[in-house]
Design a binder for this molecule. Structure first.
Ligand SMILES: Nc1nc2c(ncn2[C@@H]2O[C@H](COP(=O)(O)OP(=O)(O)OP(=O)(O)O)[C@@H](O)[C@H]2O)c(=O)[nH]1
Ligand SMILES: [Zn+2]
Length: 393
């Protein structure tokens, strides 16, 4: 077992473990459904917690602190402490099941180990860089995927569609944020740009924000409060600036110095999951490598980005219509009468092809399993969205 001598003072095996309340975890997104999933572990004296960082077989996680004064630890909200935990008990041959930032866990304070991951509600996946086509989970239990698109350059709708496919595939709700709105001073021009993006993103809210003037930051803040948010977008899109706006004075990288390997070598680490300083709580996940992720097995996500094309396809005469030259093709008819743009259809085809290529290199059994989970999530997601906002339209 790895002995971690770190700066966190509270005793990990306090006898008052059973009296700790997970209520402070609500700031991190803990809710009744997670509590229900955790219930069997509570009886074993385990603690609920959330992974804020993963690092070579170990993770940092926030867990409830034993009640009493002075138990908060650096970087954790009141009533919580940050622990270093061993991930060995939850290792898995399937990389998509590896523990990642955002996972809810059952933490064993005696062993200082993660004994179980609670079932994920959503997961942001990307292809691993290795030759084997394995997916890798970059963030778990995400509620909002915030896609930053800069107004400083010409809108790249194809790129936005790619990020949207990835976002939908995760099971989270995408949200497009057009950044640097101060660079488009003419309201009519800005309205046109928003309309273009809205047409590209059915079912997605499109916000405009200027970090320079502060315009729109309040609306964005309201949209992410209480939930778990990740930021995606091209380099230079303004993600760091947005993160700083959301996190306020709480800096984006909380630095902690600890004795990392028991040999006296001090390392500086960053935390990937940070609490938002909002009355309603919420967290931002900003994991290195997450921001510019590539598409991976996002068939369902692609279908959702191009839902109007999928709907049209339902009216094609042949159910296996390829929308190329078939008689009675509703997609080609929409192209003809101008209701569907050629750019949009091209983009759809490109992402479908890309996805088919990735899928062909992926283990069929794992794929089928993920498809099943995705469908469940999608059904649940729709249900939750409807409960929160009332039926749409
Ligand atoms: N005018 C204006 N410039 C902005 C605004 N937000 C960000 N910028 C500028 O845009 C540039 C890129 O912003 P970043 O926040 O670093 O972009 P990023 O997406 O984090 O970039 P990467 O770290 O490369 O992924 C910086 O020079 C910012 O100062 C804004 O609201 N208005
Ligand atoms: Zn067709």
């Amino acid at each position: 077992m790895r002995q971690q001598a770190h700066h966190l003072s509270s005793s990990p095996s306090s006898p008052s473990t059973h009296s700790t309340s997970p209520a402070p975890l609500a700031r991190y997104g803990w809710d009744a459904a997670f509590a229900e999933a955790f219930a069997p572990y509570a009886a074993d004296g385990l603690l609920p917690g959330r992974i804020v960082r993963v690092d070579r077989g170990l993770c940092d996680a926030v867990v409830p602190a034993p009640s009493g004064p002075g138990t908060g630890s650096a970087g954790a909200a009141a009533g919580l402490r940050t622990v270093r935990a061993d991930l060995a008990p939850v290792s898995d041959p399937d990389p998509t099941r590896w523990a990642c930032t955002g996972d809810w866990i059952a933490y064993d304070p005696d062993e200082r180990a993660v004994r179980a991951l609670l079932p994920r509600r959503t997961a942001v996946l990307r292809s691993a860089s290795s030759k084997r086509s394995d997916g890798q989970v970059l963030a778990a239990n995400v509620d909002h995927v915030l896609i930053a698109v800069s107004l400083a350059a010409e809108l790249d709708l194809g790129r936005a569609e790619r990020f949207l496919a990835l976002a939908w595939e995760s099971g989270a709700q995408p949200l497009v944020v057009l950044t640097k709105a101060d660079l488009v001073p003419d309201p009519a021009t800005l309205a046109h740009l928003v309309a273009d993006v809205e047409a590209t993103a059915p079912g997605v809210s499109v916000l405009t924000v200027s970090a320079a003037t502060g315009d729109g930051v309040d609306v964005l803040t309201a949209a992410v409060t209480g939930g778990t948010t990740v930021l995606l977008g091209q380099s230079g899109a303004g993600k760091s600036t947005l993160a700083n706006s959301l996190l306020g004075s709480e800096t984006q990288t909380v630095r902690t110095i600890r004795d990392s390997d028991g040999k006296g070598r001090h390392t500086t680490t960053t935390r990937d999951l940070l609490p938002l300083p909002l009355p309603g709580g919420g967290v931002l996940i900003d994991t290195p490598g997450l921001r510019g992720v590539g598409l991976w097995d996002a068939e369902g996500g692609v279908a959702q980005v191009f839902s109007e094309i999928e709907e049209l396809a339902g009216d094609c005469r042949f159910h296996d219509c390829a929308h190329t030259a078939e008689p009675g093709c509703a997609v080609l008819a929409a192209l003809e009468d101008g209701t569907l743009q050629e750019r949009r259809l091209d983009s759809y085809r490109k992402l479908i092809r890309e996805n088919e290529w990735i899928a062909s290199r992926t283990d069929a059994r794992l794929r089928a399993e993920r498809r099943r989970v995705w469908k469940q999530r999608q059904a649940l997601g729709k249900h939750l969205v409807q409960r929160k906002r009332g039926p749409q339209r």
